[in-house]
Design a protein around this ligand. Structure first.
Ligand code: URP
Ligand code: ZN
Ligand code: ZN
Ligand code: ZN
Length: 485
């Protein structure tokens, strides 16, 4: 019984340990893990390298129109390619409902966009902007098809569904084991601020951040958690950007609420001062929730270190700095008319590795939990997010010593800028595998469009949800006695 591929002499990083081990892959699946494995049609030398579960990108906008109809620059080909160059083996973009659209139509639309194009395995989170009775009736069929999570908005006029709509959605989700994700910002606070700024002629990008104050996020997170608790449903708070928001998540987790959360690299790497860049450069840093300050960065890192967040996700929302994206309303548009979002699907993991592991803020196992293991458990990707026999051979081999100065070309996306341009990072993914297929190797794309599969996800077992802990497993049973712990 030989292997298709053997990865040898690497340091395998799991959600709990680092161990020296060889990995035997057969039929796209991890078939063996042992101290020394011979044979293999292909042998990959991972000496001096880290062998980790491929990243799972749980928050990205790919081939998706914004609520006002602006299409992202990345489709399922460029988006999956960029994700792969950034160390990911799987991603879960959004399939977004526009008001009046049936869910069947939404899913068919995104199947058409994804199936022939993705180089990585993928699933969708459904965005629901119109929870009409007919739509609520459609949802169980979508869950049965393996789309077991969805995002709702408390902000944006064309997206927010109101507290009653959220209660309806949370109730259906609870009944069927689906997970509700929420973008939490108080819409009326933001609109009220916008009106005052625009009336005063304060329209430059920097006012975007001031118009979406920390209180708007904190109030909405508190409200979203209260709604979820009312109907005893699980909730995942996306892109937490504030100390106050993180503190609510922490407090509620400690109290036993089935609550999950993520933050994003942009809230750790940049501040609202970046919106002051000259000319319209600041528009490149407009995202919602907005960038905050250095004190917030320190607080968010503390929350990452201490388990408040399941994952660090990119919220890749690629709108080019031209008339197709940011400046669809002109290159001097007032900030409320500039497309929201920052790109970063290829930088999420190199940046987190460099600033997190490289600067001793997090350990290697914590990096694995934040980049893949927790997302796999929370989002119901049964055979992903761990290097274990029987799991998909979704593996990223990292050179922890490689130093890079970030360029746009390194992103391999369809954008005309990267906010990370010129930053120095140490540690880079050299080889990325999905189901045993090499997707990226030493900076070269090896995969063809359409090789990624749609992954039907499992219902979310909220009782067994990992919370702030990572999945537990018996390391000795998993790795065999020949591996010294
Ligand atoms: O500004 C952002 N994040 N745009 C993408 C849409 C969203 O709210 O996640
Ligand atoms: Zn070997
Ligand atoms: Zn959002
Ligand atoms: Zn988003």
């Amino acid at each position: 019984s030989d292997f298709d591929t053997v990865i040898h002499d690497g340091t395998v990083v799991t959600a709990h340990e680092t161990v020296r081990a060889d990995i035997g892959i057969r039929g796209g699946v991890i078939a063996a893990i042992a101290g020394r494995i011979s044979g293999g049609a292909r042998r990959i030398d991972a000496g001096g390298r880290l062998v980790m579960p491929g990243g799972i990108e749980g928050h990205c906008h790919i081939a998706q129109e914004s609520s006002t109809g602006i299409m992202t620059a990345d489709d399922y080909y460029s988006g999956s390619v960029s994700a792969a160059f950034g160390g990911n083996s799987c991603f879960i973009p959004f399939a977004a409902q526009h008001r009046g659209q049936t869910i069947a139509d939404v899913v068919a639309t995104y199947d058409g966009r994804a199936a022939a194009n993705s180089v990585l395995d993928y699933s969708y989170h459904l965005i629901i902007s119109d929870p009409s009775p007919a739509v609520l009736e459609e949802l169980p069929g979508v869950f049965a098809r393996g789309i077991t999570s969805f995002k709702v908005f408390m902000t944006y006029d064309l997206m927010n569904i109101g507290d009653g709509g959220m209660l309806d959605i949370l109730t259906v989700a609870k009944r069927h084991g689906a997970l509700t994700m929420v973008h939490a910002e108080n819409n009326d606070m933001v609109k009220w601020m916008n009106r005052r700024f625009v009336a005063a002629g304060m329209e430059e990008p920097k006012y975007h951040a001031l118009s979406r104050p920390e209180l708007a996020e904190e109030e909405a997170i508190n409200r979203a958690v209260s709604l979820a608790k009312l109907v005893d449903a699980a909730l995942f708070v996306v892109h937490v950007s504030t100390r106050g928001g993180a503190e609510i998540v922490r407090r509620e987790k400690l109290a036993g609420t089935r609550l999950f959360a993520e933050t994003c690299p942009q809230y750790l790497a940049f501040t609202r001062d970046d919106l002051n860049r000259p000319g319209m450069e600041g528009a490149k840093y407009i995202c919602s929730p907005p960038l905050r300050d250095h004190a917030t960065q320190d607080a968010l890192w503390q929350h990452i270190r201490t388990g408040t967040f399941e994952s660090v996700s990119s919220d890749h929302a690629p709108y080019r700095a031209d008339a197709s994206g940011k400046f669809v309303n002109g290159d001097d548009a007032p900030y409320p008319k500039i497309a929201n979002g920052m790109p970063g699907i290829a930088m999420r993991l190199p940046w987190l590795f460099s600033e997190g592991v490289g600067k001793a803020r997090i350990t290697l196992p914590e990096f694995v939990r934040l980049s893949s293991a927790n997302a796999a458990r929370v989002f119901g990707l049964e055979r992903k997010g761990a290097i274990l026999p029987g799991y998909d051979a979704d593996i990223a081999i990292w050179n922890p010593e490689e130093r890079r100065r970030v360029t746009l070309a390194d992103q391999h996306d369809n954008m005309d800028y990267t906010p990370f341009e010129g930053m120095d990072v140490t540690g880079w993914p050299e080889l990325v595998m999905n189901n045993g297929r090499v997707v990226v190797e030493k900076g070269v794309l090896k995969a063809r469009p359409g090789e990624g599969r749609f992954i039907a996800r499992k219902p979310v077992d909220t009782g067994a949800m990992p919370g702030h802990r990572a999945v537990e497993f018996d390391i000795a049973a998993a790795y065999g006695r020949e591996i010294a712990p």
